[in-house]
Each structure stands twice: as structure tokens, then as C-alpha cells.
Design a protein. Sequence first.
Length: 199
Amino acid sequence: MILRGPLWERGIALHTGEYNLAAAAVLAWSQGSDGGTFLEERAQRLGLPAPTTFAEVMLCGYPEVVRVVEVAMSPRILRGVLQVSRSALPQIDGFANVIANTLGATVNERLHDWAGAVIGHAHRAVLYAAGLRRTTSAKNALCPQDRALIVASGTRRACLLRHVSPRILDGLRRGHTEGTSRLSVTRKWPLEPDELGLR
């Protein structure tokens, strides 16, 4: 029901990368936990080794992965953790806590490190988006903020950027990086899983 409802309306499907990222979060938490977790217990019941791939985590932890996508990747949460003008440390703690609470667990070191890598990667992608120009030939024409975030989410493989308001770029010094391809070209780019998502 969630897949066809709120997540589908937000443009989230099994091929858009958010599930790969959520599966990586669940796996990181499971690998960092002491003792058996629901992921390991379900894998044993199915006669599988400990899950390590996207398909295996989805098989053993599908309901939890969907909940992480729904809660941790909501625009409200992401607005708070992708503010590059503030310290990343409380944002990392907050993101890790949201994921752990969604799983009904506590944050462990492995999950915290994973959250730090994801937030750091997304922050770098936001800064990249802040400097995008319309084209390489129009060096002084800034790319519209909404388009800049979409382009950066694809070229930097940071799917979280597709779910934040363009206002996240307000107030950032917009230095020069590079120009974007025409809109007709960027619309045809395939959606790649996040760089830190499971394959």
C-alpha cells in the first residue's frame, strides 16, 4: 500500500535508488549490532548466508526497508540533514537516529559511520548543484535551483537531492563549477542508484 501510495507519489520506485540506500542502512545497522538481528534470523530461516546484496536484504528485510524509505527519506527529514551551511555532525546524528528509531533499535557505530558517509556525499552534491550554470557556453547564467538539484542528483549519484526543496540552495555562494546539458538531454538520463546504495 505504501509503495503505491505516498512513495509512488513522491517519485520513489524500486529502480530509483532510494530503496538501495535504505537497504544499505538496514544492512549497516544489522552488521554493527551485537547478537542476532531480524535480518540474520530471517536469512537463517530461508537457508541463506548473511545478506550482503540488495536482493538479499530486500528478501529478508523488505518491510523495514520500505519503512526507512518512507520515514528517513521524507522531505521534512532531508530538509534538516542537508543544510550545508550548518555543522554536519548533528545532522549525521539526527539521520542515524531517525533510521534506528524506524527500525525500533538504537544507533550503533556502523550505522553512524554509514550515515556520516551518506550525509557527507549528499552535502558535496548540494555544493556542486549550487555552482551549476545553464550551459558550458553561458558561464555566468546560473542554472535554476530545481534543475540544478536534479542534475546534481544524477551526475553525483545522490538520490536524496531529488526530495529536497530548491530553497536549500538559498544563501549559498554560488561559485562556478560547470554548465549543464540541455533539458531535453538531462530528462533522458537513467536513474542510477546512489553511490552508497547496495547493488
